[in-house]
Design a protein around this ligand. Structure first.
Ligand code: SF4
Length: 470
């Protein structure tokens, strides 16, 4: 079996013991996940999947007195960048289909359920897993042909992806089936994860010899390069061999500084979701080498807090975030360093130190500037008509609307939430929105109601958040 070369760190006895516990505790359905197509895999390894699943079924019968339901799931192994198998070819589609057929036939004999990952989907995943910038053309072509939500098997259209790759002049097998030489320069070589190529080559050679690397949390440090022994270090390996002295030095409370940063999110970056924004900022902080503090859990995360998420599509020049630092740094220098690492459209504007416990501004009132003449909607409207709509809107005491949010519809009275709405110049509006009794609406909801547009159309109107008022 191939658990050792992939460093899974569990034995068959561990699996048996876990299965026995599960069935003894009353569970009757167990799902077993396997990977097929790993380097060094043989036909015998595939049959061992069937044997192991059969064993788990028998353990279920022994432990509970009735036959349990065992569902086996197998997906094809896809080599990933920055891993020891980044030089290896991926299993061919034909091999994948043939191995799935063996599993389907043999598992059916034992009355075990079987689910598999489509081999054509695995091929496309493999192409993009170790792809390069030339693939962007194929993505655009496939998108224009209608490819969307390709992770959902019912919408995945292999034929369109094949056409996209071929029209972009690309051979998928160049990405998936080549054994790459150790000296090949990869498209991801400029990204630093900490693990060196020398370390990955050593791990690759060990994997081919079916030798594992012990988990450093419980044993010896293999010097993979991930720890810097200051901010990043294995939590449960403080006594492990190889720990540098500074790794044992906790950060003292008086070395913690909280910095508040104001930033803007404009241009194409307005289309980043809150999670994508957070990921971009975290990457920027790492690249800038800031002395950021990390949480102390099993999975250390940078200690950052962001203000209220900005709705996707809206630009802003008044966003806030806090970060905890383990050293005092010049705020202006920090802003400059950070801005060098941020994607276009995200700009840090200022930074200052604050006491540790000051909460982020939540903004009870927010000002937006709305430009009706720009944007892809091409509104056929003039200032006189706008003035009439504004007069009508503001003269009403109550404007009940139904707003859809995260699949649920909520009835809201818009009127008390609009603190001000006026035309400032030409076709530019100024909107002041406030929160009242915990209720809030988005500016596009107000525009949809004011202009009598569907919500989807209103969301194409350019909006800039200019300030939050506390
Ligand atoms: S202790 Fe850190 S550097 Fe050593 S092997 Fe583990 S993760 Fe890598």
């Amino acid at each position: 079996m191939l658990r050792r070369p992939t460093n899974k760190g569990i034995t068959e006895e561990d699996l048996h013991a876990a299965a026995r516990d599960i069935f003894t505790l009353g569970w009757s359905l167990v799902k077993l996940y396997f990977m097929i197509g790993l380097p060094t895999e043989t036909g015998e390894d595939i049959l061992q999947i069937v044997r192991l699943a059969g064993c788990v079924k028998n353990i279920g019968k022994e432990a509970s007195g009735r036959w349990p339901q065992i569902n086996v799931s197998a997906s094809s192994f896809i080599p990933k960048p920055h891993t020891p198998f980044q030089w290896e070819p991926q299993i061919t589609m034909e091999d994948g289909i043939q191995k799935q057929a063996v599993l389907r036939r043999e598992l059916a004999k034992l009355k075990l359920g079987f689910k598999w990952h489509d081999a054509d989907m695995s091929l496309i995943e493999g192409v993009f897993s170790r792809g390069d910038r030339r693939l962007s053309k194929a993505v655009l072509i496939a998108f224009r042909k209608g490819c969307r939500f390709d992770g959902w098997s019912e919408l995945f259209d292999f034929a369109k992806w094949k056409e996209g790759l071929s029209e972009a002049g690309l051979d998928p097998h160049f990405y998936t089936l080549r054994r790459r030489p150790f000296d090949e320069v990869f498209p991801w070589d400029h990204l630093e994860t900490g693990a060196t190529k020398e370390f990955l080559i050593k791990e690759y050679e060990k994997a081919l010899e079916l030798a594992g690397t012990p988990d450093c949390k419980a044993g010896k440090c293999s010097d993979c390069g991930l720890c810097d022994w200051k901010a990043i270090r294995p939590r449960s390996a403080s006594g492990a061999i190889g720990c540098a002295d500074e790794a044992k030095t906790p950060v003292l409370p008086d070395e913690v500084f909280r910095m508040r940063l104001r930033y803007s999110k404009t241009g194409e970056s307005r289309l980043l979701s809150h999670l994508e924004l957070m990921a971009a900022v975290i990457r920027g902080i790492r690249r800038a080498g800031l002395p950021i503090r990390y949480s102390q859990g099993f999975h250390p995360m940078p200690r950052l807090s962001f203000g209220q998420p900005l709705p996707v599509g809206i630009e802003s020049v008044d966003e806030y975030m806090d970060m905890e630092l383990s050293g005092k740094t010049d705020p202006a220098g920090l802003v400059e360093k950070l801005n060098r690492e941020m994607p276009e459209g995200i700009r840090f504007l200022s930074a200052s130190f604050l006491p540790l416990k000051v909460p982020l501004p939540s903004g009870i009132m927010t000002e937006y500037i709305i430009t009706l003449k720009d944007g892809p909607l091409g509104l056929d409207i003039d200032s006189e008509r706008i003035d009439g709509l504004l007069r009508d809107f503001l003269s009403r005491d109550s404007i009940p609307v139904s707003i859809e949010k995260e699949g649920r519809t909520k009835d809201v009275d818009l009127r008390p939430l609009v603190n001000g709405l006026s035309r400032t110049d030409g076709l530019t509006l100024r909107l002041m929105l406030k929160k009242a009794s915990g209720a809030s609406v988005r500016p596009h909801d107000v525009l949809a109601c004011l202009l009598g547009l569907p919500r989807e159309s209103a969301s194409l109107i350019p909006i800039l958040k200019t300030r939050s008022v506390q």
